[in-house]
Ligand binder design. Structure first.
Ligand code: PSV
Ligand code: MN
Length: 399
């Protein structure tokens, strides 16, 4: 590898920041059960502590996504939460309204046939805009659980119109510095139709909302076989790619570690972004965020593993010989073009990444560093004691 190429990868890595989800550090489960971990975060400060630790180990996770109902106490001054984040060397990142948990949202939020639910959802989203202003966040991440379970259950058109109106109001309340991200999901928790089922609907809703609304691509939210990198290239060209929620899935959205099932697919996503930058010279702001709640893997290890994996696949995408690729494409040399992509993908970048880490005073293998540190066991003991002192009971964990 030439020095120039290595420098190019280093520069790309310097600018590659990944946001961690506060909810990825707390005890979570599936709808069938919850398996507890002694070291799981139980307070918002624990979550920032853990995110701060991942940031220290990897050097690329300065912000933490917050889920408003889970991370802010009613009436709490949001500035206090922002201060807690700073105490642990991180900042509050995207603000995630929660319009799916309360009883009033039984039939949806912005799309509900119940006007009370629509009003509550709007009020909550507007409060989230305020929280964003006070915490210094510039991202409002909109995911709705809205949808129906049965044909005929509700008017799909009425739901669409109500959602458009709500998004416009929220967008109008946002400061100029804020971007709204519109996330889509083909199913779950609604199983007949979801109101924002795919990227095309998310794009249409974003356009209807206003100029500062873009699409959020959660890598796990696609039907099997979907060509996600094509979606990414298309959205980039439309100026509508806002960001990602990283995770992987084998069948449906199941929060698996990014790249654990199909690393080549993740590489191809990064490749389309690098290709777009090469062809247009533009550097669009893209929010790279993790959205994984591990209920079996130790949460901190899984998070560091995810970041490491993302950096590897990202680095590989910056090894693609873009000029030769353009030539092969012009000559309609399919095998030649594919071999150029595969060459980059098959390059072992672990040495390169280790060098980049050394230049930033970071551990060369952050997963190994965490695993050998004994930190997770220590946190488990400390947090068990803290929970006991607070009178909280966590079911005995298996491991
Ligand atoms: C929904 O499945 C989702 O992907 C949304 O981004 C939520 O905010 C997140 O997971 C946590 O529930
Ligand atoms: Mn998501």
């Amino acid at each position: 590898m030439t020095d120039a190429l290595a420098r190019n990868v280093f520069k790309a890595l310097d600018n590659f920041k990944i946001e961690l989800p506060s909810w990825g550090f707390a005890d979570t489960g599936t709808r069938f059960g919850k398996f507890f971990q002694a070291a799981a975060a139980s307070t918002v400060e624990d979550k920032f502590h853990d995110a701060g630790l991942v940031n220290k180990l990897t050097g690329c996770c300065p912000t933490v996504a917050v889920h408003v109902l889970w991370d802010f106490k009613p009436g709490q001054n949001p500035k206090e939460v922002a201060k807690l984040a700073r105490k642990h060397g991180v900042r509050v990142g995207s603000i995630n309204p929660n319009v799916f948990q309360d009883q009033v949202y039984k039939f949806g939020s912005f799309c509900s046939p119940n006007p009370k639910a629509r009003q509550e959802a709007l009020k909550h989203a507007l409060d989230c805009v305020k929280i964003g202003k006070e915490t210094g966040s510039d991202l409002l991440s909109m995911w709705l659980a809205d949808g129906t379970n049965y044909p005929g259950q509700d008017s799909i058109l009425r739901r669409k119109h109500d959602l458009e109106k709500a998004l416009q109001k929220i967008h109008a309340a946002m400061p100029k510095s804020m971007t709204m991200l519109v996330e889509y999901k083909p199913f779950e928790p609604a199983f007949y139709h979801t109101d924002i089922a795919d990227w095309g609907m998310a794009a249409a809703f974003a356009r209807a909302a206003g100029k500062r609304a873009k699409v959020l691509v959660d890598t796990g939210h696609h039907l099997p076989g979907c060509n996600i990198e094509h979606i990414v290239a298309f959205l980039l060209d439309e100026g509508l790619l806002g960001g990602f929620h990283f995770n992987d899935r084998k069948y449906a959205d199941d929060d698996l570690t990014l790249g654990s099932i199909d690393p080549y697919a993740v590489f191809r996503i990064f490749d389309q972004i690098a290709q777009y930058q090469f062809e247009t010279g533009k550097r669009p702001a893209i929010a790279y965020m993790v959205d994984q709640s591990h209920n079996l893997k130790p949460k901190l290890e899984a998070m560091v593993q995810t970041v490491d994996e993302a950096q590897k696949l990202f680095a590989k995408s910056h090894l693609v010989d873009r000029k030769s690729l353009a030539m092969a494409q012009k000559q309609m040399d399919i095998v030649g073009a594919e071999r150029i992509l595969r060459d980059a993908y098959e390059t072992d970048v672990r040495g390169l990444l280790a060098e980049w880490r050394l230049t930033h005073d970071l551990p060369v293998d952050p997963v190994a560093e965490l695993r050998s540190s004994g930190l997770i066991a220590k946190l488990g003991k400390d947090r068990a004691a803290a929970r006991k002192a607070r009178g909280e009971v966590q079911a005995a964990s298996y491991a």
